[in-house]
Ligand binder design. Sequence first.
Ligand SMILES: [Zn+2]
Length: 132
Amino acid sequence: MKKTTKLYALIKGKCPKCRRGDIFTGTIYGFNIQRTNYSCSHCKQRFEIEPGYFYAAMYVSYAMNMAEMIAAGFATYYLSGGRLDFDAIWIYVVSILIVSLLLSPFNYRYSRIILLHWLSPKIKYNATFDRE
Ligand SMILES: [Zn+2]
């Protein structure tokens, strides 16, 4: 019996309890809008443990977004050759907006994965479910 690693489950968006079932439907950048499954198809763990549980993921997502915007700001500064004049404001605004938009499906997915895997003491990995 081979156990699933936590890293694999995190990257692939697998259930934190069994690391087998998918948390989301669809792919992160696919044509079908990704949704969060109600419960794990493998071990039946409910993902939204209580009503409104995913509001907490919004704070995680917010923190991720802030870090990404700061990174985009530094990248723009570097790529524009260190421009900080008034006309360069629009380069910053546009590049930060584009980065935020492109990463929003990523943030949606990984904020919930982080919440379920790291910030949910009620859900623990249970190796007995980690099998076919
Ligand atoms: Zn599961």
